[in-house]
Design a protein around this ligand. Structure first.
Ligand code: FAD
Length: 481
């Protein structure tokens, strides 16, 4: 029997492994932040254990869907174009609302990001030349060879070669907390509840985006229509348990990274191939066949992450992206073929929309569309609508040439921002104003310290890698003590 005490609450658990020697560091989670923390901890501590909830074949959380990481750098040969100064990265971050709550942490990530590429290379990651796509990340982001699955496989292999222990199908349900320390974790492994003691713990178990019930607390019934782009295992169980135990929350409860995904995507784990980048190349309509936002407000990399939230606020949480034949090759299509018709009313009918309403919207838009000769998708071309509400500020080509195409769009939730407040050592902060001495957090579970509303493509991994390294290194110091 091991008592889990916090603020006078005592929870008892049956212990399978009561006599176990404490680990130096237990890492909760099996994605990027967790593996980076485990590897970093193992550089300084003997016994490091990773508890990954997923089975081995689907290990790696949302991180296995990734493709690229953003960091400040002075040039990376053939793998990026040009340089990306710290000041520019910080400016980009602040422009999307980053650092609003804690500018010091935002500056820390930016500063530390400069050492990420060499650190990743040293731990086995290999790189490839930038992918050509709608997000135009070839200067600011580095693409790893083989995508997120290769990244995670590399980190697991590196960790295991270094002697990190990994348990799969290991769901942490709670932490052992006493005053401002943790003594370890309680986990369900192989159908049994076990207590695992540790000198320090790093929680890196992601956000709560896969927990529809929790999302409903902030979004109501609308959350039933959300598509979760990543792992079904990120249900926020550990996050909830720590918040209930008095951890200081951070981040907007409704805040998340959410993009437009194909309405036909599976509810979980559809990954990158369901994302749709067609919006700037046409118009986006809601269920009533009306436009609701400027589709050409800015470059897509700076806007793609607000469209999920916007669709989440439309009736029925659905929207429709419509464009003409000239635009089909301008973006990466989703896994699914677009709906297609020779007329606008025909397309509207195929999409289940009112054909007259949609025709009227398209005709109005066309009558106010920009100058075709100005159209240039590589720049903010000023090919804008005139006297139209909402406006389309760039790339406002009329929709004229058949066949016409359309995609149904749903809010695709990538990860949530509400999480655990941390300090610069990534120690979990408590509502009583004290930090936990030996409990650290990294990755999505603490993303809200830096992100508030918007997002920069490739920055999820930046957060997890920077804070995972700090968390693992700091946690290992307790082992040494
Ligand atoms: C489709 C898609 C594409 C993306 N592309 C990019 C990209 O190219 N670049 C980028 O920077 N970001 C990208 N992101 C965001 C990125 O995936 C995340 O920001 C980042 O990978 C989060 O890392 P993490 O380790 O915090 O969480 P995750 O990688 O999600 O890991 C969380 C881990 O915790 C485990 N877990 C959950 N609950 C428990 C529990 N109770 N006990 C034990 N383990 C638990 C899960 O199984 C999982 O292994 C993408 C996300 C998606 C969904």
């Amino acid at each position: 029997m091991f008592g889990n005490t916090w603020n006078g609450i005592i929870r008892s658990v049956s212990t399978v492994d009561a006599s176990n020697q404490p680990y130096d560091v237990i890492v909760v989670g099996g994605g990027n932040a967790a593996l980076v923390a485990a590897i970093s901890a193992r550089h300084h501590a003997e016994r490091v254990l990773v508890l990954e909830r997923a089975p081995e074949w689907i290990r790696g959380g949302n991180s296995r869907h990734t493709r690229d990481i953003r960091a400040s750098h002075d040039g990376c040969g053939i793998y990026t174009d040009g340089i990306y100064p710290e000041a520019e990265l910080l400016d980009d971050l602040v422009r999307v609302g980053g650092g609003r709550d804690n500018l010091d942490l935002a500056k820390l990530v930016v500063r530390e990001s400069r050492t990420l590429f060499p650190w990743m290379t040293d731990h086995g990651v290999r790189w490839q030349q930038p992918l050509q796509g709608t997000l135009n990340l070839n200067r600011t982001n580095l693409f790893f060879l083989g995508g997120g699955k290769a990244l995670m496989n590399t980190y697991y292999q590196t960790a295991q070669r270094m002697g990190v222990e990994v348990r799969y199908d290991a769901c942490v349900s709670d932490l052992l907390l006493a005053e401002n320390r943790t003594e370890g974790v309680i986990a369900e492994i192989g159908g049994q509840t076990v207590t695992l003691r540790s000198r320090a713990v790093v929680v890196a178990s992601g956000g709560f985006e896969a927990n529809i019930g929790w999302l409903k607390e902030y979004w109501g019934e609308a959350a039933d229509n959300f598509v979760i782009r990543g792992t079904p295992y990120n249900d926020g169980r550990v996050l909830r348990s720590l918040l209930d135990a008095g951890a200081q929350p951070v981040g907007d409860p409704q805040g998340f990274h959410a993009v437009a995904v194909d309405g036909r995507a599976p509810q979980f784990d559809g990954g990158i191939v369901t994302r749709l980048d067609s919006v700037p190349f046409g118009i986006a309509l809601n269920q009533q066949g009306e436009r609701f936002y400027d589709e050409g407000e800015d470059f897509w990399p700076k806007r793609y992450a607000i469209w999920g939230g916007m669709i989440a606020r439309q009736p029925g949480q659905i929207a429709y992206s419509i464009f003409d034949a000239r635009m089909l090759d301008r973006f990466m299509t989703s896994l699914y073929r677009p709906f297609q018709a020779d007329t606008i009313p025909g397309l509207a009918t195929a999409l289940g929309l009112d054909p007259e309403r949609v025709l009227a919207t398209v005709q109005t838009y066309n009558a106010h569309a920009g100058l075709e000769s100005a159209f240039d998708p590589a720049v903010l071309d000023g090919c804008a609508t005139t006297d139209l509400t909402p406006p389309k500020s760039h790339w406002a080509m009329p929709i004229l040439e058949p066949p016409f195409y359309g995609y149904p769009l749903r809010p695709g939730i990538t990860f949530t921002y509400r999480g655990l407040a941390v300090d610069e050592l990534t120690r979990v902060q408590m509502v009583n104003g004290r930090p936990m001495e030996n409990l650290y957090a990294a990755g999505e579970i603490m993303a809200g310290n830096v992100l508030s509303s918007g997002y920069l493509a490739g920055f999820g991994l930046t957060l997890g890698t920077v804070f995972g390294r700090i968390a693992g290194t700091e946690a290992a110091k307790h082992g040494r003590d």
